[in-house]
Design a protein around this ligand. Structure first.
Ligand SMILES: Nc1ncnc2c1ncn2[C@@H]1O[C@H](COP(=O)(O)OP(=O)(O)O)[C@@H](O)[C@H]1O
Ligand SMILES: N[C@@H](CCOP(=O)(O)O)C(=O)O
Length: 319
């Protein structure tokens, strides 16, 4: 269930009067997704995706939609937002913010091979470079400040072993974020949630990244670590698969070469990326929002990955 706000063909017909897309032909709710109400829409100009934002406000949305537009204009494969007749990317629909973006071809590749990981690594590096001159600023809202705020909220729900892991990792990550080479890491707008379900492929051809609603400004290496921790692991154990890791990192490095500071920060960053999703999954499990309608993701998956990243030396970032 992922259509929280219903939209009829009549509603769409009215909405499209403000867009250069011709008349509405069809609308179909999309059943996957957990945050927003999404619809495939067919218009006289082609197929698009309509999103009603259930939790983000009008004020928060320009960062995400302008970033997608900025990237699309620079040839990065992301959905391009469609402006209405007055140039607005975000419009009201049933009292909530809504946007129309281009529909990506293809489906998610949930069992990626090295060839898919290489395509993701190269596009991620292109994205980081293309966003360097993006003028809007927003921090990663799921960064260290959020971890500091969230840790005391989830600690009471944890057994002693996990509470110890969380406290120790927060201590480690606070020290890491304060060290010199952390501050020398390249940074800019990052996707911050580039999991398998947020990338489309047709066969081995990557057709786009989507779901930019956790994007923010952070280190590029954090984005690489989030991506590797999902694309390059054995899902049952969290152990990194060396051929997929190599394919993703080498393809990234060929577009935006990693630095020595990034090499030094790589293992702590893989831990940071695991901690971020362990914490958000714990928070969603133990402190669900009132409107939450779906089964939360399993936090133990990222607890396992975090323990694994602490115990096992990280693969070389580059040769
Ligand atoms: N631009 C797009 N092109 C094609 N499909 C899309 C696009 N945006 C979303 N989708 C489809 O909608 C589903 C839910 O989108 P998602 O952004 O993950 O929702 P949520 O933000 O609610 O988690 C995706 O799994 C994908 O199938
Ligand atoms: N990738 C996150 C959850 C975010 O969900 P999405 O469907 O919006 O990508 C996780 O796995 O915890």
């Amino acid at each position: 269930m992922a259509v929280f706000t219903a939209v009829s063909l009549d509603d769409l017909t009215l909405l499209l009067k403000k867009f250069p897309l011709g008349n509405a032909i069809a609308i179909k709710g999309i059943s996957s997704g957990i945050e927003n109400s999404n619809f495939f829409i067919e218009t006289e100009r082609g197929e698009y995706v309509l999103t009603i934002f259930e939790n983000l406000s009008f004020a928060q949305l320009p960062f995400y939609l302008q970033l997608m537009r900025h990237l699309a204009e620079r040839g990065v494969l992301v959905p391009a937002p469609v402006p209405d007749e007055s140039g607005e990317l975000v419009v009201p629909l049933h009292g909530k913010p809504a946007a129309i973006v281009s529909k990506l071809e293809g489906t998610s590749q949930m069992a990626p091979q090295p060839v898919h990981c290489a395509a993701v690594g190269a596009m991620l590096a292109r994205m980081h470079l293309a966003a360097r001159d993006f003028p809007l600023q927003q921090p990663n809202l799921r960064g260290l400040d959020w971890w500091n705020d969230t840790t005391p909220l989830v600690l009471p729900f944890l057994d002693e072993r996990n509470a110890h892991l969380l406290r120790a990792e927060m201590h480690f990550q606070s020290a890491f974020a304060a060290c010199d080479h952390y501050h020398r890491l390249g940074r800019g707008p990052v996707h911050a949630d580039l999991f398998r379900n947020n990338v489309m492929f047709v066969g081995e051809r990557l057709t786009g990244f989507f779901d930019f609603y956790f994007a923010g400004c952070d280190t590029w290496l954090f984005d690489v670590a989030v991506t590797v921790n999902d694309w390059c692991i054995d899902l049952a154990t969290g152990v990194l698969d060396s051929s997929r890791v190599r394919a993703l990192l080498d393809a990234y490095h060929a577009v935006r070469p990693f630095t020595a500071d990034e090499q030094a920060a790589w293992q702590p960053m893989l831990r940071a990326a695991a901690l971020r999703f362990w914490l958000s999954r714990l928070y969603d499990l133990y402190l669900p929002r009132e409107a939450e309608m779906l089964t939360p993701h399993d936090p133990t998956h990222f607890e396992r990955i975090l323990r694994e990243r602490i115990a096992t030396p990280a693969p070389e970032l580059f040769a």
